[in-house]
Design a protein around this ligand. Structure first.
Ligand SMILES: [Zn+2]
Length: 413
């Protein structure tokens, strides 16, 4: 077999044949030519036999490595004029428009980005993280199906901190599919308006929308989907309780320090994780610390029992009547607790009582919603290094959205 024929089979690039192969010090250079004579628009199926002018574009794409060698594909492309998309460089079947990488290479990066961390990916494939961001934005843009918004009945709208908490993303979850189907930068009512605008008429089929306890998303939802029941995701209530407990803990620690009890303050510092973790997940040492806290009694212990009481409200086997009774009992207990953060919490819980009960009544699967939320948070932390919200959202869509990514060899069938 001749070298060019061998490389044609090796590279498996759609619609081209290999003209020549040469070696540079750090890479293999493969020059290819398109099989088809007709020029095709890079954005649609339009094709024409005539080129726009005589201008030639020397184009280069990186393909999957060959052993330790980088592999570069080169081709001379022509200009095409599409009646819809105007004049531009013709499209090629083996690469996405505007990409300097082949489809196979980009598909590999997209898959890796959902499975692995920044350092590993950049070292393995020898590209920087911003380039990874641009690649996954292209892949997600292509893979996100417009029809994913067609059959939404129960959804959740939630915010997530991005880039060290200074910026936010709004994410919309399809509760039935357990997937994140929409996202945009920001966290105001305006951002939710953008989602409802894209949803259009389809907003009328929404039965329930679960939210955090902020006002923005609720306002937008009442406006665009007035028929939908607004629910409060129970895990947000638990999150608030956890935050209240953390405040009490910090106050107590500061009191110890300012009172000069440095040893006690030091010992207590480790208590943070003991308090935040669910008791069933404690190590032996953490369980001992918890017993010490209980024996000491005091504000921190009272706060912990209140937080655990909040968590217990949302146990999966309780019905609406049970939960209603528990919420009312808890709210009055918290408001009498003489702990400021919990008095505030009691107020918030009372204010959102109907929404919390609606979530229980509609049996919105809190464990699953929380799991997806945690996954999105984990993925978003990895996306902190991206400069653009588009790249961060792409990573969330690829990891938590209705997308199945395939590796190049899986597509080869
Ligand atoms: Zn076109």
């Amino acid at each position: 077999m001749r070298v060019c024929a061998a490389f044609s089979r090796l590279l498996r690039l759609d619609g081209v044949w290999v003209r020549s192969v040469s070696f540079a010090p750090d890479r293999v250079l493969v020059t290819v030519a398109l099989r088809r004579r007709r020029l095709v628009c890079a954005h649609c199926a339009f094709s024409t036999p005539s080129r726009e002018n005589v201008q030639a574009h020397e184009s280069v794409w990186r393909h999957l490595d060959l052993g330790v060698w980088r592999l570069e594909i080169r081709a001379t492309l022509r200009r095409v004029r599409c009646p819809v998309h105007g004049a531009h460089v013709e499209g090629v079947p083996f690469a996405r428009h505007g990409a300097r990488f082949t489809r196979d290479f980009e598909d590999l990066i997209a898959w890796l980005a959902t499975k692995s961390d920044r350092t590993a990916i950049c070292r393995l494939v020898r590209i920087d993280w911003q380039t990874v961001g641009r690649i996954i934005a292209r892949v997600a843009g292509e893979q996100l199906d417009e029809r994913r918004l067609d059959d939404l009945f129960e959804i959740g709208i939630d915010e997530i901190a991005w880039r060290g908490g200074h910026r936010y993303l709004t994410l919309v979850t399809d509760h039935d599919a357990g997937k994140i189907v929409w996202g945009a930068e920001g966290r105001s009512a305006k951002v939710a308006d953008l989602f409802y605008a894209e949803l259009g008429e389809r907003a009328t089929q929404l039965r329930a929308v679960s939210l955090d306890m902020g006002a923005g998303y609720a306002k937008s939802t009442r406006e665009h989907a007035p028929q939908a029941t607004i629910c409060i995701d129970p895990f947000h209530v638990v999150q608030l309780a956890t935050r209240a407990l953390d405040e009490v803990r910090r106050d107590y620690w500061n009191t110890l320090r300012t009172a000069g009890k440095h040893d006690a303050a030091k010992r207590f510092k480790g208590a943070r994780w003991v308090l935040l973790k669910n008791p069933s997940d404690h190590t032996d040492q953490q369980a001992r610390m918890l017993r010490r806290l209980r024996n000491a009694g005091g504000a921190v212990w009272r706060a912990l029992t209140l937080k655990e009481a909040v968590r217990a409200i949302f146990a999966p086997d309780l019905d609406v009547d049970d939960v209603r009774a528990l919420i009312d009992r808890l709210a009055s207990r918290a408001s009498r607790s003489r702990l400021k953060p919990f008095i505030r919490l009691a107020k918030t819980i009372r204010k959102h009582r109907d929404g919390i009960l609606a979530a229980v009544r509609l049996k919105i699967n809190n464990a699953r919603v929380e799991a997806l939320n945690n996954k999105a948070r984990l993925i978003t932390r990895r996306a902190y290094g991206f400069h653009s919200a588009r790249a961060a959202l792409a990573l969330i869509h690829l990891s938590c959205g209705p997308i199945t990514l395939a590796l190049p060899h899986e597509n080869a069938a």
